[in-house]
Structure formats: C-alpha cells, structure tokens
Design a protein around this ligand. Sequence first.
Ligand SMILES: *Cc1c(COP(=O)(O)O)cnc(C)c1O
Length: 424
Amino acid sequence: MSTNADWFERARRVIPGGVDSPVRSFRSVGGTPYTVVSGEGAYVTDVEGRRYIDFVQSYGASLLGHAHPAVRAALHEALDRGTTFGAPTPGEVLLAEAMTERVPGLEQVRLVSSGTEAVMSAVRLARGATGRRRIVKFDGCYHGHSDGLLVAGGSGVAQLGLPGSAGVTDGAVGDTVVAPYNVVPEIDETVAAVVVEPVAANMNLVAPEPGFLEGLRAACVRVGALLVFDEVITGFRLGPAGASNHFGVRPDLWTFGKVIGGGLPVGAFGGSREVMAHLAPLGPVYQAGTLSGNPLATAAGATVLSLVGPADYEELGARVGRFAAELEAAVTSAGLAARVPTVGPLAGLYVAREPFSTPRNVVEVRAVVESDVYPAFFHALLRRGVAFAPGAYEILFPSLAHHEAEYARTVEAAAEAAAEVARG
Ligand SMILES: *Cc1c(COP(=O)(O)O)cnc(C)c1O
C-alpha cells in the first residue's frame, strides 16, 4: 500500500514543497501531510485508509460537509450539459440571484474563480470608481495573494513568518497602508478603499470590537473612500446574510469565495448597481475571466445556498458554541491554557502553556501562537483521528455534517492530546 510519505515524496519532486498552497505543507507544525483520497460529510480519508474528523473542510469552502449528496447530484446534472461555454448561462444568474436576495445592499455581483481574484478586482474597482490610489488594510488580515494585498498578511504568510512576499515590488505595495486591527485608522482623501475582514479569520480568530466596523464605516463616509468587507470566509457562513448583516454595518463592496463555490473554484465581488456600473462592459474598469461563472461551480454553489436557511445557521452556531466551551474546558483541565473564541459558527483555537487573554490583534495573536504548543497539540490530535488545520493562524471550520458524535469524540481526543502535551 502506498503511504502518505510515498505520496508526499512524489509530490515534492514535481510540485514545489509538495503542495499547491503553502498552508497545506505542515511547514509550521513539522511532519508529513496526510494525502487525502476522499471525503464524506465531516470526515476525510487518506491514502493509508486512515479516517479523520475534518475541521479543515477546505478552509471553509465546505459548509455542508464533503461530498454532500445534493451537491453531487447538481454537479452530475451540470456535468452532463457541458462544463464551460464562454457564453452566459442560467447557473450564474441563479447564483447571483441567490446571493443578492440574501444580503441586504448587495444589488449586483460579478463572479470570478477565487477569493484572491475577487478582492483584487474589488480593489481595482474601488480605485477606478474613486480615482484614488491608496488602500488601507489591517495587519494579519488575509485577502488572497495579489501583490498589493500580500503585505502583513495572515494565514500562510503569518504561518511561515513572512513580512510579505519576495517578487512583490515596492511599487505594488507603495499604495497599501497597513493598520492594526480593531483600531479605526486616520484616513484622508487619498484613500480609495479600506479593506477589512469583518471578523478576522486568518490570524486565528479575532472578533471586531464594538465600534470598530462602525468606525470604519464612518471614516470612509467622511473622506469618500469605499469600505470593502472581505467576506470570503464570513459570507454565507456567519449567517445567511454574512457579516454585514450580522453586525449591521453595510460596506460599499463585498468580496466572497469559499462557501459560494460549494467546494469548486469560485469568488465574487459586488455592491450597489451604481458602483458596479464602473465595470466593463458598462464602465472603464476592466475585469474578465475565461472560466468566470463556471457552470459546475455555480451549480454547486447555488445548491449549497438553496439548502441552508436561517435555522441551519442557528443550529450550526449553537453546536459550535457548545463545542467551543467543551473544547476549552477539556484542554484547560488537562493542564494547558486555552481559548476557543467564537463568533456565531466561526471558532478559533489558541493553546499555550501559560494563561493569556483572548487576542485582539495579530501582535497579541503572535505572542500566544509562538509558544510552540500548537504543533505538538496538532500532531497529538491527528494521531487520534482529528484533523485541525496544520497552522496556528487558521480557524476551525465545523460543517453542518459535524454532529454530536464528532464533537464529543473531538473533545475527548483534545483532552488526551492536551494531557500528552502538558506532560511534555
Ligand atoms: C481564503 C481567503 C481569500 C482568498 O481566497 P482564495 O480562493 O484562496 O484565493 C481572501 N480573503 C479571505 C478573507 C480569505 O479567507
């Protein structure tokens, strides 16, 4: 039988670092990644036949769990009609309608193929619409890997301890201003857009403090800048109408990804009809994509949105709330310090040896995360059949397929894993 080590060895020969996205590499936790052959609901199975309760769930792309029967059926149906045409299709209209119906203020969306593309395009649109250069982003927020937004990024950029990326010129980031999360920055009339994760979910989980998002809204209005909520994670996960509705703060532009593709490559950005009219073919801001609005991706995404209503989000939030409290208690009783903050169904996880308070920005996150406990805890959990993300800057992504049995087993495994780590 081929092993994870065999596959990773082969992967490293033909793929840099053996991965197509750095967060998968186990660089920050050590060891060899498991190579997944299949997933079903809350579980994934690797090439060695080991089954894990999966809290990665494609970093949030999967809300219903893996290989949901209705999503598979929608995909089969779409597949039989052909995969891409380069002409308008009903599927993209259905997905755009489903999104705009759910999110108040979101009148139009343009579909793209990734979250990166969505944010990159939204920034271009903001600059084109305002005629201004500057972009404000927050330290530790991740907005995909486009040049101008990689500076001070979360997720893999934070995990690998990088300030940004080689290959990004000073010119590309010269118009990007980085501010600390949870502090409303002073901005002026040179600012085209303030881009923010309304719940920071790429520096582990950091909730917006009361007044932060409202303050950004007011600051943008004052100087005529556009407020961009990067809802690639929070969109259609935090609730049916995402973070803007949850917090009652309406941005000028939204970006989406992950959940809206139902596991296929999709992103979207949108806003009012007025602001979206700056885009080609109506306006001068160019943006395009051969596979944009892809029929397979829109079929999967629209199916997911059609299957989850307000009650499902409430149920998910309630389950995650109970799980978070139990997980924190289990790890703490076993002798480690832990915080499992939640915002609705979003849950973070901080573990350390010494007590700490819940981080409010990436500097505080870093102080906890650099305690080296997470890698040991991660591996102790993985050996017990529970897969958390291989990096301490990621959050947990429980799906609707995670039920009481999975949560209970995870809490039990976490107690054992924490005890093992605490013993040293
Ligand atoms: C994942 C993510 C992105 C990038 O999306 P990709 O599909 O990986 O390009 C952008 N913004 C946020 C908040 C994300 O979590």
